[in-house]
Design a protein around this ligand. Structure first.
Ligand SMILES: *[C@@H]1O[C@H](CO)[C@@H](O)[C@H](O)[C@H]1NC(C)=O
Ligand SMILES: *[C@@H]1O[C@H](CO)[C@@H](O)[C@H](O)[C@H]1NC(C)=O
Ligand SMILES: *[C@@H]1O[C@H](CO)[C@@H](O)[C@H](O)[C@H]1NC(C)=O
Ligand SMILES: *[C@@H]1O[C@H](CO)[C@@H](O)[C@H](O)[C@H]1NC(C)=O
Ligand SMILES: *[C@@H]1O[C@H](CO)[C@@H](O)[C@H](O)[C@H]1NC(C)=O
Ligand SMILES: *[C@@H]1O[C@H](CO)[C@@H](O)[C@H](O)[C@H]1NC(C)=O
Ligand SMILES: *[C@@H]1O[C@H](CO)[C@@H](O)[C@H](O)[C@H]1NC(C)=O
Ligand SMILES: *[C@@H]1O[C@H](CO)[C@@H](O)[C@H](O)[C@H]1NC(C)=O
Length: 503
């Protein structure tokens, strides 16, 4: 696997410093206070899922970000498909009627697209950064938006040129250097009404927006650099692969992973939560974390550290709630497979020593990764180990459920290319819980990465986290609504004697 070299590091540091310097020089006159809302997409036809009041809808938020922007709009997306393509046989939308699409909510995506078009026509400076190559027309929309408009720029960034594998998987919108969306929703109409998503909407938060913009600028810069000239290959002792970032000019045979930061950067901002009544108005710490770790400048937490520390933030006897689409204790796309126990170790540690309950919701859907189940069962075995000795004072437990959105097994195009009916009743790649977040009793973490090694080490992702009690409580409510719904079913423990430790 290839990694980046000294030139790139230098460029990155230079960019980061120039922005930080700008921030110091500008008098920070934040008259308006930073506000945060949780944002969800809830698939149609889930009548038994209670709605949590005060949570915004992804479609509304993306429309507002585009409609309210007056100067700048920066968007990072994996791919684009805001407009449905029922006429394209290559599309998972193929063969559905106008009425079907109306029922699915496809018009939400179309209206986000037209809000972007309007912003482009208002001469807002727009930058669109995407991954590419998944599907023939996934770059059509940004290309069309940029076409003939000097104020709109679009680039494709292939992370595999830099990290040897991986993609841009970040989902971020930044408007006027002030308002930000970070979350699981793709720039896809299905992410608004057919896929369950979770994100955060930050309004009047220039400090946070500028930091996210620095990350954006760095990805943008990478897209214009020649990766061959700036990368080198070394052996990584932590993951036992040929990898790791390394100055090309230094002669060494190996590196030892990425050091954990003992004092990661935190914002001590007062944060209002108009979507949740809050009696605690004390300023609390919030943070950003980034993947891959090279993009954290050694100053911010890498995404993995932020996940691990969210799990470990739980108090004695407290509860950690984790919601994810994918879960694997290894890598998925590398030539050399990496064994990755970082999250499962953190979970077992708090189950053992903090008597914590850890509840995990994992998506079960049409593209479920089969090897997820043995990894989940292995994690559930912590319950057996926890109570395996009379000397253990172990009262914690792991509970895991699959999240099954009804209709998941009837997804795909409605017809084959020759017009034969497939029997599917929802478009392809829908009916899935796609949110990626964790919340302990004190800290909430909202991310864009799936819980598989690759997303933390070779794929671009961003998270926002906070100790703000209102966000923590409301995110717990969002999780509990899913967990307690009929759509969540327990994952069975391995063999017998699998009862949770409780003595
Ligand atoms: C601008 O955003 C606010 C919420 O932040 C929203 O209430 C308002 O409708 C938006 N304006 C437009 C034109 O979308
Ligand atoms: C659009 O904005 C740019 C600067 O941001 C300006 O130079 C240009 O004249 C504007 N174009 C129109 C048509 O307003
Ligand atoms: C960006 O848009 C232009 C059209 O304006 C298109 O030719 C080009 O392929 C797009 N580039 C990328 C990198 O997506
Ligand atoms: C990229 O850099 C490599 C190594 O320095 C060089 O051989 C190659 O020609 C460069 N490619 C481009 C497109 O400039
Ligand atoms: C906040 O409290 C007020 C008054 O008690 C209530 O009317 C309102 O619905 C609450 N808002 C939320 C988001 O819970
Ligand atoms: C996953 O398991 C299902 C059911 O046992 C099987 O049909 C499918 O082929 C498996 N997929 C892979 C990629 O192994
Ligand atoms: C789809 O899943 C549901 C519930 O999990 C099951 O009852 C139904 O038989 C499945 N349908 C098909 C076509 O597999
Ligand atoms: C249409 O394609 C399907 C497979 O995609 C095939 O099973 C079926 O026989 C074809 N029907 C006709 C009429 O060609």
């Amino acid at each position: 696997m290839k990694v980046t070299g000294s030139h790139r590091s230098t460029i990155f540091i230079a960019i980061a410093l120039s922005l930080i310097v700008n921030l110091l020089l500008l008098p920070v006159t934040e008259s308006a206070q930073c506000k945060a809302w949780l944002v969800q997409s809830i698939p149609t036809d889930m009548p038994s899922l209670p709605r949590v009041p005060g949570v915004l809808s992804t479609g509304d938020v993306l429309k507002w970000l585009a409609s309210n922007s007056t100067e700048r709009l920066d968007v990072i997306a994996q791919y684009w498909q805001l407009i449905a393509h029922p006429e394209d046989p290559r599309s998972g939308d193929f063969g559905y009627s106008k009425e079907d699409l109306q029922r699915f909510g496809a018009q939400e995506g179309a209206s986000v697209y037209s809000a972007l078009e309007n912003a482009a026509d208002r001469n807002v400076t727009i930058r669109l950064l995407s991954h590419s190559g998944v599907y023939p027309d996934y770059t059509t929309e940004p290309t069309n938006l940029a076409s003939g408009r000097p104020n709109v720029k679009n680039v494709t960034l292939l992370l595999s040129d830099w990290w040897g594998s991986g993609i841009v998987h970040t989902k971020v919108w930044i408007s006027d250097r002030r308002d930000v969306y970070i979350g699981s929703a793709n720039n896809d109409w299905k992410s608004l009404t057919q896929v369950k998503e979770l994100g955060i909407y930050l309004v009047d938060c220039p400090k946070i927006a500028r930091k996210v913009e620095t990350y954006f600028d760095n990805l943008w810069k990478l897209a214009s650099l020649n990766s061959t000239a700036h990368t080198t290959t070394v052996s990584d002792q932590q993951w036992q692969i040929d990898s790791s970032p390394f100055p090309g000019s230094v002669e060494t045979r190996h590196v030892a992973g990425y050091p954990i930061l003992s004092d990661p950067y935190m914002f001590k901002l007062p944060l209002q939560t108009p979507g949740y009544n809050d009696s605690n108005l004390q300023p609390k710490s919030s943070y950003l974390s980034f993947a891959p770790p090279e993009l954290s400048f050694g100053r911010y937490q890498a995404d993995e550290q932020a996940w691990v520390e969210t799990i470990k933030s739980v108090g004695i006897g407290g509860t950690v709630r984790i919601s994810t689409m994918d879960w694997l204790g290894q890598s998925q796309y590398l030539k050399q497979t990496v064994y990755w126990a970082s999250l499962s170790s953190a979970i077992s540690e708090v189950v053992f020593s903090k008597k914590a309950t850890v509840k995990i919701l994992v998506a079960y859907w049409a593209h479920f990764i089969n090897s997820t189940d043995p990894y989940l069962k292995s994690l559930l075995y912590s319950n057996v180990l926890c109570s395996s000795s009379k000397y253990n004072h172990c009262a914690g437990k792991v509970e895991i459920k699959y999240y099954i959105v009804p209709g998941f097994n009837l997804t795909g195009p409605a017809a084959t290319a020759n017009g034969t009916d497939t029997g599917n009743i929802y478009p392809g790649y829908t009916r899935v819980n796609h949110g990626k977040y964790a919340v302990s009793d004190v800290r909430a973490h909202v991310g864009t990465s799936n819980l598989i090694w690759d997303y933390f080490y070779t794929t671009a992702g961003v998270s926002f986290g906070t100790y703000k009690p209102a966000i923590v409580s409301q995110l717990q409510e969002v999780f509990d609504a899913d967990w307690d719904s009929p759509y969540a079913v327990p994952v069975e423990e391995l063999g017998e004697g699998g009862s949770a430790c409780s003595s």
